[in-house]
Design a protein around this ligand. Structure first.
Ligand SMILES: [Zn+2]
Ligand SMILES: [Zn+2]
Length: 147
């Protein structure tokens, strides 16, 4: 498949494989894992191998076109939003939401002072229950009858 539009990466044209991988990340509102990106990229370009997708992700990350985020021991997820932002992670369904707090800069200064680290970046992860899971849990509790 060859589309007329070319995505530029770091001033250089991307290889068709990397272009497909970047497109998948950019077109998704989700924070996909490498396995999910592989599945979606294969639908566009069936000849892609997992290794190519994985290497492309590493390249795109180094070129600053995508962001890799990891939570504890979970699989890495890839983010199309490369500017600094924070995340809320649902401990029930794994939904991941972007948000940005103006207060984070002040928090970073405080954390740096406390730890005596020279700060480079800060990333907040709010762990909790997303609205959908929380509504589902409420429905379940209601069905069982309040104790
Ligand atoms: Zn959830
Ligand atoms: Zn994000």
């Amino acid at each position: 498949m060859s589309s007329g539009t070319e995505i530029q990466g770091g001033g250089r044209a991307l290889t068709p494989q990397r272009e497909v991988v970047l497109r998948v990340v950019r077109e998704s509102a989700e924070h996909l894992t490498a396995a999910e990106i592989y599945a979606a990229a294969r639908r566009i370009r069936p000849s892609l191998s997992y290794a190519t997708v994985y290497n492309s992700l590493r390249y795109l990350k180094e070129a600053g076109l995508v962001r890799e985020i990891t939570f504890g021991n979970g699989a890495s997820r890839y983010d199309r939003e490369t500017a600094r932002h924070d995340h809320a992670l649902c401990t029930r369904c794994g939904a991941l939401l972007d948000f940005d707090l103006a207060e984070t800069a002040a928090l970073m200064r405080l954390a740096a002072r406390r730890s005596r680290f020279k700060p480079e970046s800060i990333h907040l992860t709010l762990m909790g229950v997303c609205p959908a899971c929380s509504a589902a849990e409420q429905r379940r509790t209601r069905r069982k009858g309040a104790r």
